[in-house]
Design a protein around this ligand. Structure first.
Ligand code: SF4
Ligand code: SF4
Length: 356
């Protein structure tokens, strides 16, 4: 073997290698697109070439069998091309118009949920939950299932004033897009980490553990060769547990869900917006989280009834005012909203220019 010729670090392959030939040919030279039905759109290039996108929902954590099935469907109708969107929708990319309807028929027959394009609910981006992550305060996938069952008709058929992006993150480390989604859910712990002093000295590094705390709540406890936590400073984020397994924080009685609203990534009409606190705490009630679903319904229905066409949730709230948001949703305004203890600043009105 010629060692000099041997490539050991090939890095990620170039993304263009994965584009369907029609997209490669017309790269950067597209004229328009049209939404033909809730789960079907067509892009038209200046050359006249077209590519159809068929979108289906996915639960994100997919079995090998489902992935094989998706790949087989893509082989059959799309020359093998499909993609996952950032919110875990599966998009089949069809270059041959005659294959669009047979693809839709097979997806319907196999009970894939088709939709999510345009002004409606998209698939729900979320995080690992109880299956994979050590610091989860809520089970992301199970809560997503409960939410998606509740709002499925707004994915498949019904319209909303603009896109409604849901997101679920199972702790405040927030691997999901909670800060920039229209209606989002974040798992929260509400009790101090429990310090396992015996194991601390064997399992954890003092400097790393102290450095992991964003509020400097952790200080050394030399007598015990362990640490102390200042309860006044701790915000129950669980970051210390991420680096030190001797500081477990999960608590079945007290963990739960906060709801934040009004974030967006897009730059249309208004710059990107951060989500702000709507509900400070709801209990963990698996498998269907009825309290969370009920509160979400209030927010969602008030938005659908009150927003103007094209207004995202955050734009609607800013127009009517946060005071009115709590009035029309019927959600209680609590002391936690005042300093917005989960994330954002300026939850409440902070400017003298505010107008009703
Ligand atoms: Fe783990 Fe928190 Fe990320 Fe969920 S959000 S996957 S609990 S770090
Ligand atoms: Fe610090 Fe967060 Fe650990 Fe509390 S839970 S001690 S704030 S790292």
């Amino acid at each position: 073997v010629d060692v000099k010729q041997r490539k050991t670090d090939i890095g990620p392959p170039h993304y263009k290698n994965f584009l369907p030939p029609v997209i490669q040919k017309n790269y950067g030279d597209w004229k328009t697109h049209e939404i033909l039905s809730p789960g079907l759109m067509v892009h038209i290039a200046n050359s006249g070439d077209k590519i159809w996108t068929v979108r289906v929902a996915s639960p994100r954590l997919l079995s090998t069998d489902t992935l094989r099935d998706i790949a087989d469907i893509a082989e059959k109708y799309c020359g093998g091309y499909f993609r996952f969107t950032t919110r875990n929708n599966v998009e089949f990319l069809v270059s041959d118009e005659s294959k669009v309807n047979p693809l839709l028929d097979e997806l319907k027959a196999k009970k894939y949920m088709i939709g999510g394009i345009g002004s409606r609910v998209s698939n729900i981006v979320h995080t690992q939950g109880w299956i994979h992550c050590h610091s989860a305060a809520v089970d992301a996938s199970a809560l997503v299932k409960a939410l998606m069952d509740e709002f499925a008709d707004y994915f498949t058929t019904k319209e909303t004033p603009n896109k409604v992006r849901f997101a679920v993150a199972c702790c405040t480390n927030m691997c999901g897009a909670v800060h920039c989604s229209d209606i989002a859910f974040v798992g929260i712990h509400r009790k101090l980490p429990r310090i396992d002093h015996d194991n601390f000295k064997n399992l954890c590094e003092l400097p790393t553990t102290m450095a992991a705390c964003p509020t400097a709540a952790i200080t050394p406890d030399p007598a015990k060769k362990s640490i102390k936590i200042n309860a006044e400073k701790c915000m129950y984020c669980g970051n210390c547990f991420s680096v030190c397994p001797a500081l477990p924080i999960a608590d079945p009685e007290n963990d739960g869900v906060a709801i934040v609203v009004g974030g967006k990534v897009g730059n249309l009409r208004k710059p990107p917006m951060f989500s702000k606190l709507a509900v400070a705490y709801l209990p963990n009630t698996p498998p269907r989280w009825p309290e969370v679903i009920k509160a979400t319904r209030k927010i969602f229905d008030a938005y659908v009834a009150g927003a103007k066409k094209h207004e995202r949730v955050g734009e609607w709230i800013e127009r009517i005012g946060w005071e009115k948001f709590f009035a029309v949703t019927g959600l209680p305004f609590t002391f936690q909203h005042i300093d917005d203890w989960t994330y954002a600043f300026k939850t409440f009105r902070t400017t003298t220019q505010f107008k009703w």
